[in-house]
Design a protein around this ligand. Structure first.
Ligand SMILES: *Cc1c(COP(=O)(O)O)cnc(C)c1O
Length: 396
């Protein structure tokens, strides 16, 4: 390379990274061909200076927006004090965060880890320990992660089949209380459900469904695990998806939107269930470290200060109504700023065309677009995205 990095044009930097990535990163991702270098609020910019409205938000992670000043400040401050200690010692932020999560969720105790899949792993281990049973019931179109344990509860057969044997769940039709009642037995350790299915295409169950699930679990002595990795922290227009049905689970899993973009997961449990985990039963070297916990506290603070939960409900309703008005969709569904648009058209193709017009979208399948923008998104940005989508759908 004759010229220094800084002399390369944006297009050259992008081409170079695309080329290098192919040879140096294991090829498990299908990436959009842009090099993102900066973000603020609901927008990101690529190396060529192009601006995008971000309706993917790091897959429902950047709830308070990209580089929220309070999160940046908390990270910068904590980074100068203490970054990592392990869980062999006490640190303040982890305990303050656990207290905060207790208050927000109504659960009793927290275990911290570093991702959604890890929070599900912890939940499945806890359920085994608490019930002495090993069978899991999950829903058709569920997504709970890609590690060997969480993968067993993830519906898509193409994700699971190459990795058998796994501890696989029994899958039951989502939003069907009778089917669930028929499947759950005295051998069931836990039922794991998303309050709104995310990766499965933004599927919203009736509020009665989770209430029925609660009852069915109680009748059989199985635990109810609500996977709120995607639905947590205001995404659905309530702090947590469970609030739409008023159900309190035995175990709750959190990640994605928890820490303003830093990697963190948490498993929360009711008191009696949490007590079956004893010293040495589970652990994480990084879990609940001072830096990520500081970011989580700042992010939660920002959600409160800026009333982002209410804003999610409001802007989500606005987005859905604009979509219904402007777009010829098979269905527009969702809660808060977790929105699915089912279309006749090929959605991966729409994702490409939208990107070329400065809008980042995600397709969960051939015919479903998922919209999960930062909760700070504004009406102008929503209008722009709906306009772009409308234009694309009118093209030949
Ligand atoms: C994303 C997701 C996971 C997995 O989270 P990772 O951080 O990718 O491991 C688990 N459950 C749900 C509901 C999710 O949306």
């Amino acid at each position: 390379m004759s010229r220094s990095e800084s002399e390369l044009s944006g297009a050259e930097r992008t081409a170079r990274i695309v080329e290098l990535e192919r040879g140096s990163v294991i090829q498990t991702y299908t990436r959009q061909p842009i090099l993102l270098v900066r973000g603020a609020g609901a927008k990101v910019w690529d190396a060529e200076g192009r601006e995008y409205i971000d309706f993917v938000a790091g897959v429902a992670v950047n709830t308070v927006g990209h580089c929220h000043p309070a999160v940046v400040e908390a990270i910068a401050h904590q980074a100068k004090e203490l970054i990592h200690t392990s869980n062999l010692y006490y640190t303040e932020n982890q305990v303050f965060l656990a207290e905060e999560l207790k208050t927000l969720t109504g659960m009793d105790r927290a275990f911290f880890c570093n991702s959604g899949a890890e929070s599900v792993e912890a939940a499945l281990k806890l359920a085994r320990r608490a019930t002495g049973r090993s069978k899991i019931v999950a829903a058709v179109h569920s997504f709970h992660g890609r590690t060997l344990g969480s993968l067993g509860a993830t519906y898509k057969a193409v994700y699971r089949e190459p990795f058998r044997p796994l501890a696989e769940a029994e899958f039951v039709t989502f939003d069907d209380p009778e089917a669930l009642a028929a499947m759950v037995s005295k051998e069931t350790s836990a039922v794991i459900l998303e309050p709104v299915q995310g990766e499965g295409g933004v599927n919203v169950p009736s509020p009665e469904y989770l209430r029925a699930a609660r009852q069915i679990c109680d009748d059989c002595g199985a635990l109810l695990i609500l996977d709120e990795v995607q639905t947590g922290f205001g995404r659905t227009g309530r702090w947590f998806g469970k609030e739409h049905s008023g159900v309190l689970p035995d175990v709750m899993t959190l990640a994605k939107g928890i820490a303003g973009g830093l990697p963190m997961g948490a498993m929360l449990a009711a008191q009696s269930v949490s007590e079956v985990f004893q010293k040495g039963d589970h652990a994480s070297t990084f879990g609940g470290g001072p830096l990520v916990s500081a970011a989580a506290l700042a992010s939660i603070g920002a959600i409160k200060n800026e009333k982002l939960v209410e804003r999610s409900a409001e802007m989500g309703a606005y987005l859905r109504s604009r979509l219904v008005e402007e777009i010829d969709a098979r269905e527009v569904r969702g809660l808060g700023l977790m929105v699915g648009v089912e279309l006749e058209a090929n959605c991966p193709e729409i994702v490409n065309r939208a990107r070329e017009r400065g809008v980042l979208l995600n397709a969960t399948s051939e015919h479903v677009l998922r919209m999960v923008p930062p909760l700070v998104v504004g009406k102008e940005e929503i209008d722009r995205v709906v306009k772009v989508l409308g234009e694309i759908l009118e093209e030949p």
